[in-house]
Design a protein around this ligand. Structure first.
Ligand SMILES: CC(=O)N[C@H]1[C@@H](OP(=O)(O)OP(=O)(O)OC[C@H]2O[C@@H](n3ccc(=O)[nH]c3=O)[C@H](O)[C@@H]2O)O[C@H](CO)[C@@H](O)[C@@H]1O
Ligand SMILES: C=C(OP(=O)(O)O)C(=O)O
Length: 427
């Protein structure tokens, strides 16, 4: 487990890893393409390691150039063995991104239900609807699901999502790639993680028009030769978590390696709280040393809409808001089990948070927290508890590191680079 103690305000400069939630669909897009892709800035967290292992098991080569662990070349292998049983697909949520490439390669995708964070019921019926729009058939039982390829068809596939699911948007886009069919997708998810897949497809000749209400894709007229080179964007959530930690300790520090536009909703929330922060040319500067908190209420409502606040920013913002004056509201109806992971753990540190409903809560800051033993039941609960531990009197011990490492190769190390008093201890 990790032991966290309050210390001096965080200072200095740290660089974020590539984003887990962008790397996962980009790896699946590389597999769907069927021609070599070099992917740079791949993070070393365990979810991404599992995805790379799944790709290899399912028939793709994953080659790391010598001394470049964050780069991989993904390309299909020649051998066409039977569809494998991908048992570890049950460990990560994003295993469902592999369905289009598995169907294209093996004629069917047979997978266990996806895993990932236990943050409430996490359906995937919209993915099946997307595949059915392409003519595929899906069946499922308690242990998993199976999607079987339709006989090849031509023509544009049109489909409207009833809500802006990121997973279902990527599913439809990648199925368009593996069938080389034009797609018109209504009410798409246009989060940075989806946009980076669309940008990657543009580099290999796909015509992409991403409007708020309609996403249109048309395949390239000729197949691109050579190796496509794509970059995983820096992890906006890791950067946001570090920003909350810097602000909670009233520090002034720089976080490098993240795209400016990906942080706009987080920076708006920091400004609302009176924390001076901004990005320029991939560098996020947080200047909380002499900040004067506004005392204004923060309304942090997780959203799937374009430009909305990513649900994964909410937990670290909540940990920060506990140290700032004002009555702050948090809501995450996207991940309905998140608050039941996070709130009881913050309560162990002495936080007083009023649950308005299972997905909405209000807290009034500033509150004085006291170190205690806490447990990460999901990635962002883990990172939020580290932020809270930096302001709690005494020692906070955090268990459940396997959860944290699913999303970050070494978040404690990054906080230590900024001067945080964090160490790993063997219980
Ligand atoms: C790997 C990855 O990128 N995970 C992110 C992704 O999760 P996830 O892949 O769950 O995100 P989606 O946008 O697809 O889903 C949003 C919500 O709709 C539900 N849903 C989705 C599809 C469906 O067919 N049926 C259904 O009920 C999901 O269970 C979830 O509760 O977006 C979440 C919300 O922004 C983030 O917190 C997760 O970190
Ligand atoms: C919820 C998350 O991940 P996943 O969807 O992979 O479980 C997350 O990244 O916080």
């Amino acid at each position: 487990m990790i032991a966290v103690r309050p210390g001096p305000p965080l200072t200095g400069t740290v660089t974020v890893d590539g984003s887990k939630n962008a790397a996962l669909p980009l790896l699946a897009a590389a597999a769907a393409l069927g021609s070599p892709v070099q992917l740079n800035n791949i993070p070393g967290n365990t979810d991404v390691q599992i995805m790379l292992a799944l790709l290899q098991q399912a028939g793709w080569h994953v080659a790391h150039p010598l001394n470049e662990p964050t780069t991989a070349v993904i390309l299909p292998s020649e051998s066409r063995h039977r569809a494998p049983t991908l048992v570890r697909a049950a460990h990560i949520r994003a295993s469902y991104y592999l369905v289009p490439s598995l169907i294209a390669r093996h004629g069917e995708a047979r997978l266990p239900w996806p895993g990932g964070c236990r943050i409430g019921a996490r359906g995937m019926e919209l993915h099946f609807k997307a595949y059915e729009a392409f003519g595929d058939r899906s069946t499922c039982d308690d242990s998993g699901y199976r999607v079987t390829a339709a006989a090849p068809r031509l023509g544009t596939v049109s489909f409207v999502l009833p809500f802006r699911s990121r997973g279902a948007t990527v599913a439809a886009v990648l199925r368009a790639v593996t069938t080389s069919r034009p797609l018109r997708l209504g009410e798409p998810n246009l989060s940075p993680e989806v946009l980076c897949v669309l940008e990657a497809l543009r580099t290999v000749g796909w015509e992409v028009r991403a409007g708020e209400h309609l996403l249109s894709l048309s395949p390239p007229s000729t197949r691109a030769d050579g190796v496509a080179v794509w970059d995983v964007p820096g992890d906006k959530i890791e950067a946001g978590t570090l920003a909350c930690a810097i602000a909670a300790t009233r520090g002034t520090a720089r976080v490098e390696g993240v795209r400016d536009r990906d942080l706009a909703p987080l920076i708006a929330a920091l400004h609302q709280l009176g924390i001076p922060a901004g990005t320029e040319a991939g560098v996020l500067c947080v200047r909380a040393q002499d900040a004067e908190p506004t005392g204004r209420p923060l309304r942090a409502i997780a959203s799937l809409s374009p430009g909305g606040l990513d649900a994964d920013f909410e937990p670290p913002l909540m940990a920060l808001a506990l140290s700032l004056p004002g009555s702050h509201l948090f809501a995450d109806a996207i991940n309905p089990g998140r608050h039941s992971n996070l709130l009881p753990q913050l309560a162990r540190l002495g936080a007083e948070i009023e649950e308005i409903s299972p997905t909405e809560c209000r807290l009034t800051g500033p509150q004085r927290l006291t170190g205690a033993g806490v447990e990460a039941a999901d990635i962002r609960t883990g990172s939020a508890l580290m932020v809270a531990g930096l302001t709690a009197r005494g020692i906070t011990t955090l268990g459940g590191l396997d959860q944290l490492r699913r999303g970050h190769a070494d978040l404690p190390g990054k906080l230590r680079t900024l001067g945080a008093d964090i160490c790993e201890v063997t219980p």
